[in-house]
Design a protein around this ligand. Sequence first.
Ligand code: AMP
Length: 420
Amino acid sequence: MSTFKAPKGTYDLLPPESATYLAVREAIAAPLRRSGYGYVETPGFENVELFARGVGESTDIVTKEMYTLTTKGGSELALRPEGTASVLRAALEANLHKAGNLPVKLWYSGSYYRYERPQKGRYRHFSQVGAEAIGAEDPSLDAELIILAHDAYRSLGLRNFRLLLNSLGDRTCRPVYRAALQEFLRGLDLDDDTRARIEINPLRVLDDKRDSVQRQLKDAPMMRDHLCEECKAFHEEVRTLLTAAGVAFEDDPRLVRGLDYYTRTTFEFVHDGLGSQSAVGGGGRYDGLSEMIGGPPLPSVGWALGVDRTVLALEAEGVRLELPPTTEVFAVPLGDEARHRLFALVTALRREGVAADLSYGSKGMKNAMKSANRSGARFALLLGDRDLAEGVAQLKDLESGEQKSVALDRVVAEVTATVR
Ligand code: AMP
């Protein structure tokens, strides 16, 4: 063992489990690719101000959780804690929104970093696949994204997840509601920290998990009773489209998101097998964010799904993904001459698209066959002195144990046909 360990709150992805992570990423990305979303990749770090905008509690939360650094040149950077701000920054910087083809639909996949208190399902380095539809105020986009996330989870075989849905209003109705909520909260028996929160971000008080707080919130005014006509109609349309697509949801009037740039549609996918870190993905509309980072008004909607937690959800439901075999044919040479011949055959097989591997080092037959079995390959390709003299190799079916001789110059064609 080395004297080094993965930093606290992080873990390494290793085979064979790492194959499941790749498959999850791919399963989330596939429906997006089929729906007009283009792949975007942004740097792992950005200027700190992109994430820590303005003042207020939500900025506070972001700042506390961020890994920041000062470069040798004196720039203040942060490892990205989320994808939305970076993707929007990239789209604005490249003027994608001016190409006259709104919405700009983008998807991404990568590592994110938050300085959090680690626990199962909550890490300091984690993976997300995300999608953003930038520059259109159309409820079909909200519904489209939610349906794509739902279908991705389903395609993985997940069943025990739920979709929570809410609307946070817009810049017309949210301030009126916020004032009504503050008025109500000021009359409650709350500790000083919570009182302070009433003035900065009262919606987050609704999210307080403590019984003593929740008990007093029974009659709190709810956003849904304060939505303006436009927001109401928008939300109704999202609900109608989801229902028509067979996507079940639960109205959750208390669902608020940590960041204050969210407007209107907000949603979270939760999985019931994950304990306290139950959110597997979430997102919503962020109509005000573009202006906050110096862009034009660009109403947008997006989500990010957590890859780590999706893998945990698969484990919780006992779902095993059907993954393609990493190796289809495992070659076992006995002797130097055989090694040369098999090395060339393995190279040729790989060029034909067959997943082929070879026993390396000078392992004896027994150990080499152990490697063949461990590789998960269906076939072993054996070559010894006598085979060489006869100009053949032995193709062994590791499941049935059957073995047949194949002429060396026919191996590539024969093996390729057999594994297809
Ligand atoms: P958020 O941007 O916080 O809504 O995160 C979107 C999704 O990313 C969540 O639903 C989680 O699945 C995942 N996620 C967020 N933070 C973490 C973390 N610290 N560790 C693992 N997954 C996370």
